[in-house]
Write a protein that binds this ligand. Sequence first.
Ligand SMILES: Nc1ncnc2c1ncn2[C@@H]1O[C@H](COP(=O)(O)OP(=O)(O)OP(=O)(O)O)[C@@H](O)[C@H]1O
Length: 334
Amino acid sequence: MLTTGSPCLEIAGLVKDVGPIPTLDGRMKRVLAGVDLTANAGEITVILGVNGAGKTTTLECAQGLSRRTGGTVRLLGEDPERAGAELRARVGIMLQEGGLPPSARPVALLRHVAGMYADPAPVEALVGRLGIDEFAGTSIRRLSGGQKQRVALAAALVGRPDVVFLDEPSAGLDPQSRQLVVGLLEELRSDGLGIILTTHLLDDAERLADVVHILDRGRVVASGSVAELLAGRHDAARRLTLRTEPGLPLAEAFAAERRRPSVTEGPAGHYTVDGELTSGDLLAVASWLHAKGILPHRLELGRQNLEDVFLTIAAESAEEAASAREGHAAEETA
Ligand SMILES: Nc1ncnc2c1ncn2[C@@H]1O[C@H](COP(=O)(O)OP(=O)(O)OP(=O)(O)O)[C@@H](O)[C@H]1O
């Protein structure tokens, strides 16, 4: 086991091209365009990104399952593309598609996987911990998505790895199973395991992450702890959320103010107000609703959370990419 805080994964300038792609006239497509990131032992590193941002490809290159086009990857100090059995035994992997044999039964499968390691974790304990005993005798093909997820997680952990890669470990889990998985990951982190995971569930990310890397169009566009990401971008930013009837001219509530916060509605009846808001703004909205005789379903003022920051960063990155494309088009036509 590595010392907590020492790097278990170091990625620099990672480039991955795929193809040739027929719709690109047979050219290659660059899906990773220079990814830099580090993950440490005893920490949970979360990789966030919209669909297609390059998260799975980054993990596959980090694991040595996909050959990189350029850049360097060091997994537990070694190049995963040249790794032997010794390195593989120290790495746990849970793939998005599960990769489990459909006819196997969960506990028998986990015992089989455990048999491949010199010092595996006790299968019974893992099975009990993840609630797998409830469907121990059912073949994998008959399990629900969430049940398969739990078996895949157990299979990734049974070899007592030093580092584990989890591609969306809590996707498709019911709230109770999600708690089980989150609790287990917190415990494994305190045992010194390096955990690298992707997720679309931003409240899980916010709760678990020691470090977050936000990927967009094959690049890391922001990195840091959740607190750093929140503080770095929105020093005094707050968000006011209102749920009520649709189509209200909510901006009117701020008509008397010199500075006008930005008001948006979407989806219908879900209003958000962003800016350097104070309790005075909350009062302005409450008074405005009161004058109209409207009792809202919900009205709250709070700090922006990771989801807000993620959406802002993704939108900014999309805007930058669009203006870069316009710039190229202008150059070509000039
Ligand atoms: N072999 C391939 N051929 C063509 N395109 C590919 C190939 N592999 C990956 N891509 C493309 O690369 C991009 C990154 O894919 P990747 O699966 O890494 O994204 P992701 O961030 O994990 O997305 P998701 O959140 O949907 O799982 C996508 O646009 C995907 O379509």
